[in-house]
Structure formats: structure tokens, C-alpha cells
Design a binder for this molecule. Structure first.
Ligand code: NAD
Length: 292
């Protein structure tokens, strides 16, 4: 078997084209969706990610602004900046690019983003609401994975799903979304004994560990759907995922490439969340009579 590659860039283009009408409808009501990104410390990888998001905003007709701070910036300054953005009506979504420099407590800083502007969905209120099945915003990477699965018509209900990685931004929300759709979900982590024993049971295998080549073909059930979330830069500068591409491609039914798989979907979901935030902001300010 040779896996069909799930082309995240192509699916993301469809997402953007579906957003066009929604952005136009907002423009007709005098609203341009706006995203503010907060970057601290000038981490080169973070700057690349932010540049991609700014470009995506421009291409989709969104306003974007980047607020940069030095690594020694006191937490109080960041919190004051976020407070100002929370109250800025031109900004509908706010993200804090992670990781933050040592000494800054990401949890506390991310929690200060207003829930209705938390378009990364990393705030505890959004994550908690995800457990209950009613989040305002779902983190872009797991949401992008679900969108890719649906786009390919891959059945989720009743299937064995294994998620490798239990981070708050990828693994845990991924598991919750799969559970919500009726999959039987196992979550593995760095302490899991005999990872292959679990991954071989997966009909749907999502790998988000940040370890190049962690999952090899012999760890994959024939015909499984394999989603490679990992992004690792090799010594030669090449970007690779967590999955040994060739050996897994020979076993799986579907596989996401790196780059060009989950990455473009993550950004597309962020833009979609920002458009939703702008739509909600209008609904929230509309007089009661206008909703009748
Ligand atoms: P993280 O470091 O916060 O979490 C990694 C998780 O993997 C941890 O729960 C850890 O226990 C688990 N893990 C590590 N080694 C393991 C092993 N040998 N066996 C089983 N589990 C193991 O990372 P993260 O933020 O969740 O990101 C994971 C990967 O996904 C990284 O490569 C990151 O760059 C990438 N990522 C990609 C996108 C995208 O858009 N494609 C978005 C976010 C993260």
C-alpha cells in the first residue's frame, strides 16, 4: 500500500476561499477582522511563524498587528499591553506566540487574553469549555487535523485513535476532539512503555511529539491514517516530521507530509477563528431589536 498524501496547503486554500464571503459580509457591516500577535524575545522560529500568520491575514483581507517586546520585558508590561488589546475594538483576536522567554509564566500571560479574543484557544476557559464540548475557540492545530480528516471523508466514530503527545496545545485538545466524535482514544507520552504496542492499534494515528523519525513503518497498522504534526529541523536545515516518511507511507492509507501537511491548516484555522471572533463581536453589540 502507498498512502494518499493529505495536502494541507490545498485544503487550507479551500478554507480561505470559504472565508472570503464571510470577510466580505463583515466588511459590508463596516468591520475588518483584526488579529494582534504578541511576540517576546525575538525567537527566530517565532518570528517566522508570526510572519506567516501576518501574510495569511493580509491574503485573507484581515487587519493584523504585531507587538514585539524584548526578552527582559517585565510581566506587568505584557499584561498591560494585553489589557489594552482586550479593549481595542479593532482587534478581534489576540495571540501570544509561544514559547515565551525563561522567567515569563506563559500560563498567566495567556490567561489574561479575553475569552472572546482567545483565538488560539489556549486559555483555560476555552480549554475547559472544550472538555464540556462548548469551546468558543479550538486550538488551530487539532482543529486543522479534524478538518483534514473530514475533508478526506475519513470515518472517526468507532475507530481506534492514538495520539502521541499530551501537550496542552496539541495532544490533549486533539484527544478531546476525537473523543467528541466517538473515537476510542489512547494518549501516549514520553513515559509510555513500548510506544509501538499502542501505535499499532491505531486506525487513526496522530503524532505530535517533536521527535524526528519517532514513528516508523513497523509501528503502524496496515491501512492506518497517519497525521504527522511534528516539525523538526534537521542538522542540514531540512524540516521533517515525527514520522519516518517513506516507511510509514508504505503502510498507511493516508499520510500528511511535512512540510505542507498540518502546518498550513494550523494557520488557516487561526484565521477562521479570528473571522468567527469578528462575527461574534458584531452579534454581541447588535441591539436586541435587530436580532428579532
Ligand atoms: P511539546 O514538547 O509541548 O509536547 C510533546 C509531547 O510529546 C509531550 O507530551 C511528550 O510527553 C511527548 N513525547 C515526547 N517524546 C515522546 C516519545 N518518545 N514517545 C511518546 N511521546 C513523546 O510539543 P507540542 O507543542 O505538542 O508540539 C509537538 C510537535 O508538533 C513539535 O514538533 C511542534 O513543533 C509541532 N507542532 C506543529 C504544529 C503545526 O502546525 N504543524 C503546531 C504545533 C506544534
Amino acid at each position: 500500500m502507498t498512502a494518499i498524501l493529505l495536502d494541507g496547503a490545498a485544503i487550507a486554500r479551500q478554507v480561505y476561499s470559504q472565508l472570503e464571503q464571510r470577510v466580505a459580509a463583515l466588511n459590508n457591516q463596516g468591520v475588518r477582522p483584526g488579529l494582534a500577535a504578541v511576540e517576546v524575545g525575538g525567537n527566530p522560529a517565532s518570528l517566522v511563524y508570526i510572519r506567516n500568520k501576518v501574510r495569511a491575514c493580509a491574503a485573507a483581507g484581515l487587519h493584523s498587528e504585531v507587538h514585539e517586546f524584548t526578552a527582559d520585558c517585565p510581566e506587568s508590561v505584557l499584561l498591560a499591553a494585553l489589557d489594552k488589546l482586550n479593549r481595542n475594538p479593532l482587534v478581534h483576536g489576540i495571540i501570544v506566540q509561544l514559547p515565551l522567554p525563561r522567567g515569563l509564566e506563559a500560563g498567566r500571560i495567556v490567561q489574561s487574553i479575553a475569552i472572546e479574543k482567545d483565538v488560539d484557544g489556549f486559555g483555560w476557559r476555552n480549554l475547559g469549555a472544550l472538555i464540556a464540548g462548548h469551546p468558543l475557540f479550538v486550538p488551530g492545530t487539532p482543529l486543522g487535523v479534524m478538518t483534514m480528516l473530514d475533508h478526506a471523508g475519513i470515518a472517526i466514530e468507532g475507530r481506534n485513535a492514538v495520539v502521541v503527545g499530551r501537550s496542552t496545545v496539541v495532544g490533549k485538545p486533539m484527544a478531546l476532539l476525537l473523543i467528541a466524535r466517538g473515537a476510542t482514544v489512547t494518549v501516549c507520552n514520553s513515559k509510555t512503555v513500548d510506544l509501538g504496542d499502542f501505535t499499532r492499534r491505531a486506525d487513526i494515528l496522530v503524532v505530535a511529539a517533536g521527535r524526528a523519525g519517532l514513528v516508523t513503518g513497523d509501528m503502524v497498522k496496515p491501512g492506518a491514517v497517519v497525521i504527522d504534526v511534528g516539525i523538526n529541523r534537521r542538522a542540514d536545515g531540512k524540516l521533517v516530521g515525527d514520522v519516518a516518511f517513506e516507511s510509514v507511507r508504505a503502510k498507511a492509507s493516508y499520510l500528511t507530509p511535512v512540510p505542507g501537511g498540518v502546518g498550513p491548516m494550523t494557520v488557516a484555522m487561526l484565521i477562521a477563528n479570528t473571522v468567527s471572533a469578528a462575527e461574534r463581536s458584531i452579534a454581541a453589540t447588535r441591539p436586541a431589536s435587530a436580532t428579532r
